[in-house]
Design a protein around this ligand. Structure first.
Ligand code: NAP
Length: 269
């Protein structure tokens, strides 16, 4: 049987992961598959047990609503529970054990890895799973201060202390500080969700605006930032970045990132 990996979630039909991994497998000519599998919360433990005994299974990506529940079902050798607190990838270790990890933080950081973020001020909108991965990454690169804007301010304050970050937690709608980096890690602006209503005018001219939302790709936030001639990073960059790290873990090969333009065309048509 062909080796395979897959993405699991509930719902799962919308996932772009099979397109990304499928593109890389085809491009590299690797004889393997990447599938999607609908797994409900009640079915999660049985799913893990069935894959544990399947030698063709290389691992899975984990999406809503299983990112935290998965922590209880696999080994946590990288101490993900105490850091990001959510698993987005499960791989089989050399000893056969199923190991949970998180590639969202690395995926977020990859497009901005060339920047020197030390001593800068970042604003993060949101305090959910994506925000946790992003705050974890920011806490590792010497960011001096983070302002979190979130509907639930207490939850945001808890994340500052979890990641040992200096800064403040304020309600959505509070005016922006003159920060160097603005990241939207909330669901706002996503198709089917309320818009993100924000005034970017306090941001300095050198500020970078990064939206983790990738559906739609051209979010109103990015349109507004470009209208001010600010640099931007869109959500597909993070999505492709987290997938790239998982692909190497599943298939032991580096994905062909030189062909990102073609991949982006596949993902947006
Ligand atoms: P999540 O854990 O459910 O968190 C959602 C966040 O959005 C929370 O901070 C929540 O505020 C806020 N929010 C949701 N609805 C809201 C509303 N009506 N008004 C105000 N705030 C609201 O979701 P997630 O997994 O972090 O995902 C967040 C976004 O990031 C999604 O658009 C997702 O597609 C995107 N994402 C992208 C990538 C990528 O690779 N590009 C990876 C992961 C996620 P409260 O805390 O107050 O509830």
């Amino acid at each position: 049987m062909k080796p395979y990996a897959e993405v699991i979630g509930d719902p799962i039909a919308h996932s772009k992961s099979p397109l990304i991994h499928g593109f890389w497998l085809d491009t590299l000519g690797i004889e393997a598959e990447y599938r999607k599998m609908h797994v409900t919360p009640e079915g999660l433990a049985d799913y893990v047990e069935s894959r544990r005994g399947d030698p063709a299974w290389r691992g899975c990506n984990v999406t809503i609503p299983h990112k935290q529940a998965m922590l209880d079902l696999v080994e946590d050798r990288g101490d993900v529970r105490a850091s990001i607190g959510a698993v987005n990838t499960v791989v089989r270790g050399e000893d056969g054990a199923l190991i949970g990890t998180n590639t969202d933080a690395g995926g977020f950081y990859a497009p901005i890895a060339g920047l020197d973020l030390e001593g800068l001020h970042a604003v993060v909108i949101g305090a959910g799973g994506a925000a946790r991965a992003i705050l974890f990454a920011l806490s590792r690169v010497g960011i001096a201060r983070v302002t979190i804007l979130n509907r639930n301010v207490l939850k945001a304050a808890g994340l500052l202390s979890r990641f040992g970050l200096k800064g403040d937690a304020v309600p959505l709608g509070a005016p922006l500080p003159p920060a160097d980096l603005l990241v939207n890690a909330s669901a706002l602006g996503m198709t089917g969700q309320p818009p993100l209503d924000i005034d970017l005018s306090p941001l300095p001219e050198h500020a970078l605006v990064y939206d983790a939302v990738y559906a739609p790709l051209e979010t109103p936030l990015l349109v507004q930032a470009r209208a001010r001639a600010l640099d931007t990073v869109d959500g597909l960059e993070m999505l492709i970045g987290q997938a790239a790290l998982a692909f190497e873990l599943f298939f032991g090969a580096e994905p062909p990132r030189a062909r990102d333009d073609e991949l982006r065309a596949v993902l947006t048509r």
